[in-house]
Design a protein around this ligand. Structure first.
Ligand SMILES: Cc1ncc(COP(=O)(O)O)c(C=O)c1O
Length: 353
């Protein structure tokens, strides 16, 4: 049983079939193929936005770092949550691609930045040539604590950021899980709420290796194609990236995958919450579960071969703590997680408890 992440599983069958289906014959290389060219109208229709541009890449790190490279100059600050993937888990790629911009982490429970926190920070920033000016805000949807920013929260943060001259990025590595949780159209959760650039994740939710940078402001897209090439993310056989994204979106496959993963996470959470001594750090809103459990139960689960990550408690609400004899962990359900896997895990957990 492996609940370590939604990228420990393979790609979904429709995605793999699409790669095979588009394998035969010659097509223009470097993104000039008909599949890649078809992504622009497709994403424009999906996001109800006539001027957006879409740039496929192979990793979420590349999507985030390249997006930020057109938003923040080398002398600028990019604000994020202190636990954000861009800050903690991308080996300095945003700083590298922006040629030196600095990330600044803001704290907040559940991996979320509160509008007040952002406003206070921006209003208090010294405006002197000696200090780096804030130029961008990046929000993770889902957050690192599996929480969903409501549309109104995104809009409030974007309003403040824009008023201070910042652009706003969304790290949507788990975009589909959040979208399904909110039950709103993609436009509502992004550009209509003030998002300027989105990293549209697909790999965690069924693709083999495909993400898309979706740029809602044409002026921000001007240099991105050159940057993508310099970063080595224009694939010569670009059709395979497009084929994945097409299959991902066809027939609402992406929403069905995310809805399933979210359901499996909810079931894991409900079962765990019934076990004495187990509580949830945050409500389950997407496909991630963060139980706080007795250390003995954690050890027993690991001994039984269940794979998952220990998690940091930095983002807990004030007054909430992981006690001496407790451990906090993260379980993630994927599009391919089965009901049987969830049930087997819960049986094991009940027995071990
Ligand atoms: C919030 C978040 N952003 C971005 C990524 C993208 O990472 P990768 O470069 O591994 O595709 C991940 C993957 O774990 C993530 O969790």
């Amino acid at each position: 049983m492996n609940f370590a992440s939604d990228n420990v599983v393979g790609a979904s069958a429709p995605v793999l079939e699409a790669i095979l289906r588009h394998n035969g014959g010659a097509m223009p290389a470097y993104g000039a193929d008909p599949l890649t060219l078809g992504l622009t109208p497709r994403f424009r229709a999906l996001f109800e936005h006539a001027d957006l541009s879409v740039f496929p890449v192979t990793t979420g790190t590349a999507a985030n770092a390249l997006a930020l490279s057109v938003m923040v100059p080398p002398f600028g600050l990019c604000l994020c949550h202190e636990e954000a993937h861009v800050m903690e888990d991308e080996c300095g790629a945003p700083e590298f691609y922006t040629h030196g911009a600095k990330l600044h982490g803001l704290s907040g429970p559940g991996g979320k930045i509160a509008p007040d926190t952002l406003d206070r920070f921006l209003s208090g920033l010294p405006r002197h040539v000696k200090q780096m000016p804030a130029r961008a805000l990046t929000l993770s949807q889902l957050t690192e604590s599996g929480q969903v920013y409501a549309v109104e929260e995104i809009a409030a943060l974007a309003r403040i950021a824009h008023a201070h001259g910042l652009t706003v990025h969304m790290d949507g590595a788990r975009f589909a899980n959040a979208l399904v949780a909110l039950g709103c159209p993609p436009a509502e959760m992004t550009w209509r709420a003030g998002i300027d650039i989105l990293s549209f994740g697909a790999s965690k939710n069924g693709a083999l290796a495909a993400e898309a940078i979706v740029v809602f402001r044409p002026d921000l897209a001007e240099t991105l194609e050159f940057r993508r090439k310099r970063a080595g993310h224009i694939l010569s056989k670009g059709r395979f990236l497009a084929a994945q994204l097409d299959a991902y979106l066809d027939g609402d496959h992406w929403r069905a995958n995310a809805a399933h993963a979210n359901r499996m996470a909810a079931r894991l959470a409900a079962g765990l919450a019934e076990i004495p001594g187990v509580r949830l750090a945050w409500p389950v809103q997407g496909n991630e579960v963060f139980p706080i459990l007795p250390a003995g139960l954690d050890a027993a689960l690991r001994r039984a071969g269940v794979v998952y990550h220990a998690w940091t408690s930095r983002s807990l609400a004030e007054g909430d703590r992981v006690g001496e004899g407790e451990r906090m962990i993260r379980l993630i359900a994927a599009f391919s997680t089965t009901e049987a896997e969830v049930e087997d895990f819960l049986v094991l957990a009940r027995r071990a408890a």
